[in-house]
Design a protein around this ligand. Structure first.
Ligand code: FO1
Length: 311
């Protein structure tokens, strides 16, 4: 039987389950967050999209969770000599992706056409990677030190300022990618990766057509909690969740997604929350959700496919 599988993904937190899936089946698509895209030294950088591409190509720097393994930094050092900003570390191999993308954008191509070209031609990736929109949407963090884009908050300011709010600039005007809508509609299994709900998944959901389509397909949607206890597995999820008034726990995540998921995978350590999660109409599955190596990535991916009746 042929199953269509789609993953809603951010970057660092998502790539582990994507790699796990890739070890089970080559046949799945990714709808990618674009809220962390930004302009840096005249280059258009798309960190979450690139993390998916490099992860699937097997060249991602796994330690950092972004960029290309064993990259060099001659370009960055030159930028420093020129007095340009260097707080965002672009490696030399990674730079090629940004140059190609920026050049193609200036030639008038859409982001989705560019991502397709880069994935297929530069990295020989067969999976569809669909940016949720071709319009620039920016995740903005409102802090006690001002309103800044997510990279300025996370990388430049090392996530130190107090987070007051998070919003998705331009998402009310942006048109969502119709391929993303179609693929959600025709998928048999839709997986929300264990990504930061506010900075990786909510920018995707900020496009109302995508959210409405997921609500329609709720029975086919499963999320993986990105939180164990009250701590995010990676990144500053807790700061963003608190600013949005969402409890930083598997229960809080289940509530946040409850309109659009029918199932959630939570950690064994959070098993005491499963009854409450069931009460909000979401069935919970408990297991070890940390994916520390390829074996654990594959195990979790297989478990999800089994729960979703994939054959
Ligand atoms: N994260 C950092 O913490 N420091 C960096 O200098 C940095 C550079 C970088 C370059 C390319 C890329 O694709 C990602 C990069 N990231 C860096 C990761 C990125 O800031 C975030 O982890 C994602 O945007 C979160 O989704």
């Amino acid at each position: 039987m042929y199953y269509l599988i789609t993953v809603l993904a951010g970057g660092t937190g998502s790539i582990k389950i994507i790699r796990g899936l890739a070890s089970c089946t080559s046949d799945f698509s990714i709808i990618s967050n674009i809220g962390d895209n930004f302009w840096f030294n005249e280059l258009y950088v798309c960190p979450d999209i690139d993390t998916c591409i490099y992860g699937l190509a097997g060249i991602l720097d796994k330690e950092r969770g972004w960029g290309i393994r064993n990259d060099t930094f001659y370009y960055l050092n030159c930028m420093k000599l020129l007095g340009k900003e260097t707080w965002f570390q672009i490696g030399d191999k990674d730079l090629i992706t940004h140059i190609i993308r920026t050049k193609m954008l200036s030639n008038g191509l859409s982001l989705s056409a560019i991502v397709k070209w880069i994935a297929e031609n530069q990295f020989n990736i067969k999976n569809k990677i669909i940016p949720v929109s071709d319009t620039h949407i920016e995740t903005r963090i409102v802090t006690n030190k001002g309103d800044m884009n997510i990279q300025e908050f996370w990388v430049k300011n090392k996530a130190n300022p107090k987070v007051l709010d998070v919003y998705y600039k331009n998402s009310d005007k942006a048109k969502c990618n119709q391929d993303a809508v179609k693929i959600i509609r025709s998928s048999d299994i839709i997986i929300i990766a264990p990504a930061n709900p506010i900075s990786s998944i909510a920018p995707i959901l900020s496009l109302s057509q995508i959210k409405e389509e997921l609500i329609e397909q709720r029975g086919k949607v499963i999320a993986i909690s990105p939180v164990i206890g009250n701590k995010a597995i990676s990144g500053p999820a807790r700061k963003y969740l608190e600013a949005k008034g969402i409890e930083s726990s598997a229960r809080g995540i289940a509530k946040f997604y409850s309109q659009l998921i029918s199932k959630i995978v939570i950690d064994n350590l959070d098993s005491d929350m499963s009854k409450e999660i069931e009460k909000i109409g979401v069935s919970s599955l408990e297991t070890n959700i940390l994916m520390n190596n390829a074996k654990e990535e594959k195990r979790l991916a297989r478990l999800i496919l089994r729960v979703m009746n994939y054959q």
